[in-house]
Ligand binder design. Structure first.
Ligand SMILES: Nc1ncnc2c1ncn2[C@@H]1O[C@H](COP(=O)(O)OP(=O)(O)OP(=O)(O)O)[C@@H](O)[C@H]1O
Length: 624
């Protein structure tokens, strides 16, 4: 009973998937689908029609020659010949037309599906799926599934055409020999079974191979993109990654070859069976003609259609197995479409008010999944409005994770983050994020122009040169961009510059960081998050930023994360994160006086820079 239920569930899922596939096809190009249907019916009838016409022609010819009446012979032959010509023309015209309609349908369908895949990715508000390798496997397969519905339709149409051919041919065989018709019909079963099995194995193999394929792709990228080229050359990593790439590719090919071998064995068996059946059938037909039970025209008819039987049988079995395979792939596309949001989205969100008091982390706990350890446990923290709070802590303490919660990439596992007392989950996530400008530790370097790299901070002002140059000025990168060969139009990429290599330029790490800072300044946001904003800046640039910091941050609530204690001093308050909790909170001076963890970290850094009788504090103060 349980097995029956499982089967029914599989069948129901299958039917649902087929329904989705056809809805997609219909939505993409209903005219194309209809045309293909008509063409397939015509195409299905052409071989049988041609064979039947040949039979009638032969029999008429034999009869006419025996009767020796030329006029009667001609009058009955001419319409048949005209019809024969028509059938031949139809056969010739259909193929290119079919190909054209198919191509059009494929393009429209690819567009529809790519649209829905990328729209779906865009609609996922949280970060959790993007940090999950299973999601990437699903995405990779779904992304290649765009030709599956079209292939499914083609296979359906092939089945329909072959079934029509097959049934009409079996019908003719039935007239010649009912037993023969039965044998031929039964011969489909092993074909079908074996093709279904092989296709299932093939899909299973592809799914199992997918993580390895992604890995091989990754090694290929390391070997081919400028981002890695320097280290690859200097550390002589080429042979290592090449070896890894090749051995993975070898393993993947080994699986493929094993499958192909199995497929070949089975094909041999099936072909031998098909040959046996067709030879047996031929002997039966010849014997019947010998016994004068059927005419010479009937033998010609058999020769004409015997190949179609074999062909249509093979096509039916193969197409069914293909559909099975396409559906399994397509299910990944479906799964992707069905992915749930990983953060809660409020149905009737509140407007985000102007921040007056501040942001409060109230008993916030977080871990990435139930299998991962707690990164934050009962964190209580206050970010006062219009002031700067520096968050410090050792590597892996959870600072960036806290930023992910604040920017709603994840929701806390427990506790709340309050914006002037309102849980940030009450807001529309896009409107809320619109209030935030950020420079992340792993900021993005877009292979686009300097203007676009900065303008992306506020896409509604992508072309507003004044605003962009103003932001670049604040970040201290305007002069450098103006000195680039094409100024703000220069492409900041050695990869995407197009044919003219001189158009592309790469910036230094610090210059890139300034571009990312400029991007942040493009936003008119009330809150700024600066995760290691000066890590790549030289001492002068950092000093410049420090000198203007108060002015740049004026009116903003800002969270500053940094390991540089000279930068920490820019903040109004400092919080120390350790052991998943906030262990110290106060001003720089208070915390130094406390002689706790902050003072220890501060003094350690100061000692590594300065002589015994000079402190970092003194240096920074004397600079400012
Ligand atoms: N997506 C993730 N899934 C599982 N664990 C993660 C994920 N991202 C980060 N972690 C883990 O969470 C912990 C905190 O990482 P986080 O990046 O927040 O630390 P951090 O304080 O910003 O460190 P650093 O100073 O080195 O930047 C680390 O142990 C890290 O391995």
């Amino acid at each position: 009973m349980e097995k029956l239920h499982a089967w029914l569930r599989v069948v129901r899922e299958l039917l649902q998937t087929i329904q989705i596939i056809f809805r997609l096809l219909w939505k993409s190009d209903r005219g194309g689908v209809m045309t293909l249907l008509v063409l397939e019916v015509v195409q299905a009838l052409v071989p049988v029609g041609a064979a039947w016409l040949s039979k009638v022609l032969f029999d008429t010819l034999v009869r006419g020659v025996q009767q020796q009446n030329t006029a009667t012979l001609l009058s009955s032959l001419l319409p048949l010949l005209a019809l024969q010509t028509l059938v031949v023309i139809a056969g010739q015209v259909i193929t290119p037309t079919n190909k054209y309609v198919n191509e059009q349908l494929s393009l429209k369908l690819t567009f529809t599906m790519k649209c829905s895949i990328y729209q779906k990715l865009n609609s996922l508000a949280g970060l959790a799926h993007f940090e999950d390798p299973r999601f990437h496997d699903m995405f990779q397969i779904a992304n290649t599934a765009h030709f599956m519905p079209k292939q499914t339709l083609s296979s359906f149409l092939s089945i329909m055409r072959s079934l029509l051919t097959f049934l009409s041919v079996v019908g003719i065989f039935f007239i010649l020999s009912p037993l023969l018709a039965l044998v031929i019909a039964i011969a489909t079963i092993p074909h079908l079974y074996i093709h279904l099995r092989l296709s299932k194995e093939h899909v299973q193999m592809r799914f199992e191979n997918n993580p390895k394929e992604r890995q091989a792709d990754y090694y290929g990228r390391i070997l081919s993109t400028p981002r890695y080229a320097k280290e690859v050359k200097l550390f002589q990593l080429g042979p290592f990654f090449l070896q890894s790439f090749l051995s993975l590719t070898k393993v993947l090919q080994l699986h493929e070859r094993k499958h192909q071998k199995r497929e070949w064995y089975w094909q041999l068996g099936l072909s031998a069976l098909a040959a046996l059946i067709s030879s047996g059938a031929f002997i039966v037909v010849v014997m019947q003609a010998f016994a004068r039970q059927i005419s010479i025209g009937d033998v010609a008819l058999y020769i004409g259609i015997a190949a179609s039987v074999q062909q249509s049988l093979l096509v039916i079995a193969f197409s069914i197995s293909q559909i099975n395979e396409y559906i399994l792939y397509f299910k990944r596309y479906n799964d992707l479409q069905a992915l749930p949001q990983t953060i809660s989205l409020h149905r009737t969100p509140q407007r985000v008010p102007i921040l007056k008091k501040g942001i409060t982390f109230q008993n916030v706990s977080f871990r990435y999944t139930s299998q991962h350890p707690w990164i934050l446990k009962d964190v209580n923290l206050f970010l006062p409005a219009h002031q700067c709070l520096a968050l410090v802590g050792l590597n892996g303490a959870g600072k960036s994770t806290l930023v992910k919660l604040l920017t709603r990439m994840y929701d806390p596992s427990a506790g709340e983050i309050l914006w002037d007392g309102i849980d940030i989950r009450e807001f529309d996530v896009d409107e809320y994020r619109g209030q935030i400008g950020a420079i992340f530790q792993d900021f993005s370097r877009y292979d686009l122009s300097a203007q676009e790299n900065i303008g992306l901070g506020n896409t509604t002002h992508m072309r507003n040169s004044d605003l962009i140059q103003n932001a670049a000025n604040k970040a201290g990168i305007h002069e450098r961009i103006m000195n680039l060969p094409q100024g703000y139009e220069s492409i900041l990429s050695l990869w995407m510059a197009g044919e003219n290599q001189d158009n592309g330029i790469d910036l230094s790490g610090g210059e890139w960081q300034k571009v990312a800072l400029a991007r942040m300044f493009m936003r008119s946001s009330s809150m700024l998050i600066l995760d290691e904003p000066t890590a790549a800046l030289d001492a002068e640039a950092e000093y410049e930023l420090y000198a203007h910091f108060q002015e740049l941050m004026r009116g903003h609530t800002s969270l500053l994360i940094t390991h540089r204690f000279s930068t920490v001093r820019m903040a109004d308050h400092v919080a120390v994160l350790d052991g998943s909790q906030i262990v110290e909170y106060g001003t720089h001076d208070n915390l130094l006086a406390l002689q706790g963890q902050y003072a220890r970290m501060y003094n350690m850094q100061a000692q590594s820079y300065l002589s015994d009788n000079e402190s970092l504090n003194d240096v920074v103060l004397s600079k400012s």
